[in-house]
Design a protein around this ligand. Structure first.
Ligand code: PHE
Length: 339
């Protein structure tokens, strides 16, 4: 029996030394030390031994069991360590490598200018009003004093969805939305997209952006309009900037004006940017027409107001000296990342 025990030990040690995984090791643990294991089998057979032999063989069997348990534990620790080392090599991370550069996007120049304008007008106490890009012909034209035969209503000028619904051609219908059902004081701006049946060229796009402004209260005069736009122009183009009002015609304002700013490159002397004019046109404005006020339920005998509409692309192009509007919509990163 002693020989048997020694041979089991030798066989077990050989096999344990050869295993490469915890699972194999577990199988050997069962094979030798388990309830039906080889060593257990020997211990069961000890009943047949003589009284002198029994303690000697018993002691040896216990010793073999203990040795094998220790050896299995040792092997298990070795396998775990080996697995760890392998993983360390496999999952190696070279912290000395230079980090991959993160490219952070930035806002489109039109959005940047829009944000700057919002800042300027919010600073003057305006609130932001919103209106939909799909608008009723009524809000876009009729309510703005542009009757059915007005040229801007022409099918070749405007994207109609139905005869009564269209893509707004201006942000001015937001004026109507801001006034209807409300009473002054009203002081809102509304930036957004507008659509016109325009051929794409260096200064035209069928989709562009405007920022509308509207103030209605008691005793609002053209002086308030001039003062507001003057502050805007100085904040946007520099303290030296002057504004100039030229008579114009819009159906929904009376009187109406086109507003120029003095060229911030040459200061008014005339240069390439202002095409020798000294002035750059940036917006349309005027005093809200009494018909528009009364149509929205505001008494023109009590209240008056002014409105203006600024083209965002135009401001972006003069501010950044861009000579082709198409560049703003082509989404070429090489162009856009300059701003
Ligand atoms: N809506 C006009 C346009 O698109 C601009 C404007 C707005 C004029 C408000 C006067 C008052 O040309």
């Amino acid at each position: 029996m002693k020989e048997q025990l020694e041979s089991i030990r030798k066989q077990a040690v050989d096999e344990i030394s050869a295993v490469g995984s915890e699972a194999e090791l577990d199988a050997l643990r069962v094979k030798y030390l388990g309830k039906k294991g080889l060593l257990t089998g020997i211990l069961r057979g000890m009943g047949q031994l003589s009284a002198e032999e029994r303690p000697v063989v018993g002691a040896l069997a216990n010793k073999v069991r203990e040795d094998l348990e220790n050896y299995i534990a040792e092997r298990s620790a070795f396998l775990k360590e080996k697995e760890l080392q392998e993983r360390l090599i496999l999952e190696k991370l070279d912290v000395t490598l230079p980090a991959r550069k993160k490219t952070l996007g930035k806002l489109h120049p039109i959005t940047q200018i829009e944000n700057r304008m919002k800042e300027i007008f919010l600073g003057m106490g305006f609130e932001i009003a919103e209106g939909p890009e799909i608008e009723s012909a009524y809000n876009n034209f009729d309510a703005l004093n542009a009757p059915a035969d007005h040229p801007s209503r022409d099918f070749s000028d405007t994207f109609y969805i139905t005869p009564e619904v269209l893509l707004r051609t201006q942000t001015s219908p937001v004026q109507v939305r801001a006034m209807r059902g409300k009473q002054p004081p009203i002081r809102v701006i509304s930036p957004g997209r507008v659509y016109r049946f325009d051929e794409v060229d260096a200064t035209h796009s069928p989709m562009f952006h405007q920022l509308e402004g509207l103030v209605v209260d008691k005793n609002i005069t053209m002086g308030d309009l001039k003062g507001t736009l003057s502050i805007f122009a100085k904040s946007m183009f520099g303290e030296e900037t002057k504004t100039r009002f030229r008579p114009h015609n819009f159906p929904f304002t009376e009187p109406s004006a086109e507003v120029d700013v003095s060229c911030f490159v040459c200061g008014g002397k005339g240069c390439r940017l202002c095409k020798g004019e000294g002035w750059i046109e940036i917006l349309g404005a005027g005093m809200v027409h009494p018909n528009v006020l009364s149509g929205c339920g505001i008494d023109p005998e009590v209240y008056s107001g002014f409105a203006f509409g600024i083209g965002l692309e135009r401001v972006v192009m003069i501010k950044y000296n861009i000579n082709d509007m198409r560049l703003l919509f082509e989404n070429d990163i090489r162009f856009l990342k300059q701003f």
